[in-house]
Design a protein around this ligand. Structure first.
Ligand code: PLP
Length: 421
């Protein structure tokens, strides 16, 4: 039976291209080379800092007595996912695209049982409500894992999922069930049902009663906590998010709808659980993604410093303009993204902290506030490391990442992220 809603495919399903073919060739060409031999702009990942960051949030979750669920959208790689899971001592992930789902489902993480959730092997949670055109691919993927989880926050999504699974049952003689979180809005104004609202209760009732889905928990995402500027503000965001999620679960229970799990997070509120005392009572898990890399936006919350930032854009000085006291970098909007931060500008320049990268266009980065002596050291062709504003968007610009280890000047590995949707 043809699906009622026209179905679309990601390139990974069209081409059956689940391997990452470039990695080995890139490794042969680049591993062992010094950074001065690398084409710029390049995205450099400090493996040791990633490891520390992964362990740090894992320890915070453990101390708080909650599970950690890692989002892989920041890096979109198998290697990064493995560090998040193993060093964070956890088993559960979130993906933001079906391309990411394809990547991890066809990786050794699934084969070796590193990826699971609450003891159930190979679980993948798609962190964005599924549009009806993607259900065919979701069902195909769900056959390859023990549990494929969705995020639902509108009755139309549930209608589409149920209709699709009903049709599937008719044509295949087999009932498939998907797991879902009920996504709840907690001040971020991005996605999720409003709390304490009759239509939200009705959706929760439908989800719990559905013969085609199992409900894992309620899920909030405090993206607005990026506005915090110190630990007190971080704790206030955490408290508010926790209260919204836990009180919503109670409101549902008071109305006869029982949902077990409470998942809260975003990097700032998840990190804040490390300094909280009673704030997270009733929470069963925290989720976060950016924390493995961190960036200037996270530094602005006061929770971390530039030394905790694991990624930088490696750029070269392309020209000097002493008459107007500026320099040109070979990295612009496409290398950094145009996301902003309270600190202003588009990056911190590690070697010259007083420089200001305040102007970028597609390929040009214009640095100002150059000190007199800098023109002699920052000659054309010299390298600088630039810590970006928002690692997630910056990483998305790169076909591959240069990974450095003990010697931060030498390429140790290459990570190839999955691209597209
Ligand atoms: C649904 C969901 N969960 C978790 C996260 C992780 O948030 P962060 O990157 O702030 O850690 C995101 C990020 O956008 C998200 O969309």
């Amino acid at each position: 039976m043809a699906p009622a809603f026209p179905q679309t495919k990601s390139i990974y399903a069209i081409e059956n291209r689940f391997a990452i073919p470039q990695k080995e060739a890139l490794k042969r060409a680049l591993v062992g080379k010094r950074l001065s031999q690398v084409r710029t702009p390049a995205l450099v990942v400090k493996r040791k800092v990633v490891e520390e960051n992964c362990k740090r949030l894992g320890d915070i979750a453990k101390k708080a007595g909650v599970k950690l669920r890692c989002h892989i959208k920041t890096h979109k790689t198998v290697e990064g996912t493995e560090l998040q899971l193993v060093l964070g001592d956890t088993d559960a992930i979130i993906v933001s695209t079906l391309a990411e789902a394809n990547l991890v489902i066809h990786s050794h993480l699934t084969e070796q049982g590193i990826l699971k959730d609450a003891g159930i092997p190979s679980c993948v949670l798609l962190g964005l409500a599924p549009t009806p055109d993607k259900l065919d691919e979701i069902i195909e993927l769900s056959k390859k894992v023990d549990k494929f989880q969705l995020m639902i926050d509108h009755v139309s999504s549930l209608d589409a999922v149920e209709q699709f699974l009903m049709d599937y049952e008719k044509s295949h003689g087999e009932r498939k069930k998907l797991s879902t979180f009920l996504k709840v809005e907690c001040g971020n104004h991005r996605a999720g049902v409003p709390i304490n609202y009759p239509a939200s209760l009705e959706l929760a009732r439908r989800l719990v009663a559905s013969e085609y889905v199992n409900v894992t928990g309620v899920y909030t995402h405090a993206g607005h906590s990026y506005a915090a500027r110190n630990s007190q503000e971080l704790l206030t965001y955490l408290q508010a998010e926790r209260d919204d999620a836990v009180n919503f679960k109670k409101y549902l229970a008071d109305n006869g709808v029982h949902i077990e799990g409470v998942s809260i997070g975003a990097t700032p509120t998840s990190m804040a659980t490390g300094i909280a005392t009673t704030q997270i009572e009733g929470v069963t898990e925290i989720h976060a993604g950016n924390y493995l890399f961190f960036d200037r936006q996270q530094c602005a919350t006061g929770m971390v410093t530039p030394a905790d930032c694991a990624v930088s854009v490696l750029a070269r000085v392309a020209s000097q303009y002493p008459d107007r006291n500026t320099l040109l970098l070979d990295a612009g909007g496409l290398a950094f993204s145009k996301d902003t931060t309270p600190q202003g500008g588009y990056a911190d320049i590690v070697e010259y902290p007083h420089w200001r990268l305040n102007m970028i266009s597609q390929e040009h980065g214009i640095v100002s506030e150059i000190a007199e002596g800098d023109y002699a050291t920052a000659t054309v062709g010299s390298l600088v490391h630039c810590i970006p504003n928002h690692a997630c968007l910056t990483c998305a610009a790169y076909e591959y990442y240069i990974v450095v280890g003990e010697d931060e000047n030498v390429v140790e590995d290459i990570w190839v992220p999955v691209r597209g949707w």
